[in-house]
Design a protein around this ligand. Structure first.
Ligand SMILES: CC(=O)N[C@H]1[C@@H](OP(=O)(O)OP(=O)(O)OC[C@H]2O[C@@H](n3ccc(=O)[nH]c3=O)[C@H](O)[C@@H]2O)O[C@H](CO)[C@@H](O)[C@@H]1O
Ligand SMILES: C=C(OP(=O)(O)O)C(=O)O
Length: 422
């Protein structure tokens, strides 16, 4: 089995360039099938999720070519196919094919991945949105069959019970070609939603209000791509390298960052005592001096992303005093805690929060990346720990971190992917 082998304890220096946002990319690729003309995406990250989405496109007779950072998608020969199993079950974001196929064909059969790795992830708000647009949705034990009425989808007013990123994007995908106007209230405001809306608007869609909590969508008959769309930088990848740089860096420049997307996280890093120069599209992180424990609570955007609470944990282990992490989005996102304890970390879960005490003697261990950000946390901890760390289920890291081994090695890390028995 492929594992990540780390010999930790080495100080790191140099520069790293952040890739395109995974959470934009996994929405933009399904969105491409709404176009009647070929689509070109730039700044596409080299991550397993992209390769899996390309395989799904292939099943729909949609050719794609990924060279350098450019992904070309040709949906002109697309075929309406049901996707109950296979690659579609390899990632959560497959659910975007529901909205995209509903918008393109008025019909979708999509199997969703089972098992929860960060706590419950219902899609009731996606379903509520599709139904409001006139569709019928039947759940055949995890395979969702969705059909538009004979006359096609119609605009509707939809109030989301929570500001769900996935539901907001999925409803956008279905509504852009519905007849009439759709209003999404309590919409998610994440930058990746603005990226999707920009991409669709450039193809002729009419979406107003992206980035606010109210979206107005006026349906158009069809979409056509004309321009290359450049994906926004991955703020979660950036936050992970910021945490690493503050923990183990001897001066690291992180390039291709939109600092505004990380505002609340950067403020928290400053509270910890991290010294940074925030420039127009890069951040330089100085070697850390004294670091202080803090209380960190996740929130929807512009709050601190749940996807950063695990990657920042090693930094909090390095800080003096106690830290507390409260994840209100995914309270059960704690699978990294037992693994960190194997490495000698003083960390526990209790009272609905993660309690972290200063741990200055982390040691290497055999640990498991049960999910993407838990895996990123173990990777940073492994780089910090003395001795050898072996991370299994490394595919969970590789599915969302662009060329991570190459990037870490360029900073001087001793890290490689190796084939080791379980
Ligand atoms: C591909 C992608 O973009 N993934 C991100 C997206 O996931 P995803 O879009 O799946 O997350 P949501 O924003 O939908 O989930 C937020 C919260 O709402 C709940 N909920 C959501 C939908 C629903 O129908 N019913 C419901 O109860 C979820 O259980 C969760 O507690 O946003 C999450 C929260 O920022 C991030 O951790 C993920 O990295
Ligand atoms: C949970 C995440 O991703 P996904 O929604 O793709 O599972 C994540 O990126 O942290």
């Amino acid at each position: 089995m492929e594992k990540m082998l780390i010999h930790g304890g080495k100080k790191l220096t140099g520069e790293v360039v952040i890739g395109g946002a995974k959470n934009s990319t996994v929405a933009l690729i399904p969105a491409a099938i709404l176009s009647r003309t070929p689509v070109t995406l730039d700044s596409v990250p080299h991550i397993q999720d992209v390769y899996n989405l390309m395989a799904i496109l292939g099943e729909m007779n949609v050719d794609s070519d990924f060279t350098g950072n450019i992904l070309k998608i040709d949906p002109t020969q697309i075929k309406k196919v049901d996707l109950p199993s296979g690659k579609i079950k390899s990632m959560r974001a497959s659910y975007y094919f529901m909205g995209a196929m509903l918008g393109r064909f008025g019909h979708a059969v999509i199997g969703l991945p089972g098992g929860d790795d960060i706590g419950p992830r219902p899609i009731d708000q996606h379903v509520k949105g599709f139904e409001a647009l006139g569709a019928t949705v039947v759940d055949h034990n995890g395979i969702f069959e969705i059909n538009a009425p004979k006359e096609g989808l119609h605009g509707a007013r939809i109030h989301l019970d929570m500001a769900s990123v996935g539901a907001t994007n999925n409803i956008i995908l279905a509504a852009v070609t519905a007849s009439g106007q759709t209003v999404i209230e309590n919409a998610a405001r994440e930058p990746e939603i603005i990226d999707l809306a920009t991409f669709l608007n450039n193809m002729g869609a009419v979406i107003r209000g992206a980035g606010t909590d109210t979206l107005l969508i006026t349906g158009v008959p069809e979409l056509r791509a004309h321009n290359v769309h450049t994906i926004i930088p991955d703020r979660i990848e950036a936050g992970t390298y910021l945490s690493l740089a503050a923990t183990m860096g001897e001066g690291i420049l992180i390039k291709n960052i939109i600092a505004e997307h990380l505002d609340s996280f950067l403020a928290k890093l400053e509270e910890v005592g991290v010294m940074m120069d925030v420039n127009e599209d890069s951040i330089f992180v100085y070697p850390s001096g004294e670091l202080r424990g803090v209380t960190l609570q996740t929130d929807t955007y512009p709050g601190i992303a749940t996807d950063l609470q695990q990657p920042v944990t090693p930094l909090l282990l390095a800080a003096e005093g106690e830290s507390h992490v409260i994840d209100v989005i995914y309270p059960k996102r704690t699978r990294h805690v037992d693994e960190l304890i194997k490495m000698g970390a003083n960390i526990s879960v209790g009272d609905g929060q993660i309690n972290i005490a200063h741990s200055d003697n982390l040691h290497g261990a055999n640990v498991v990346a049960e999910e993407i950000r838990g895996g990123a946390c173990l990777m940073v901890a492994g780089l910090m720990a003395n001795g050898e760390t072996v991370i299994s289920k490394v595919d969970n890291i590789l599915r969302g971190y662009d060329r991570v081994v190459m990037k870490l090695r360029s900073l001087g890390a001793d890290v490689e992917i190796v084939d080791l028995p379980d």
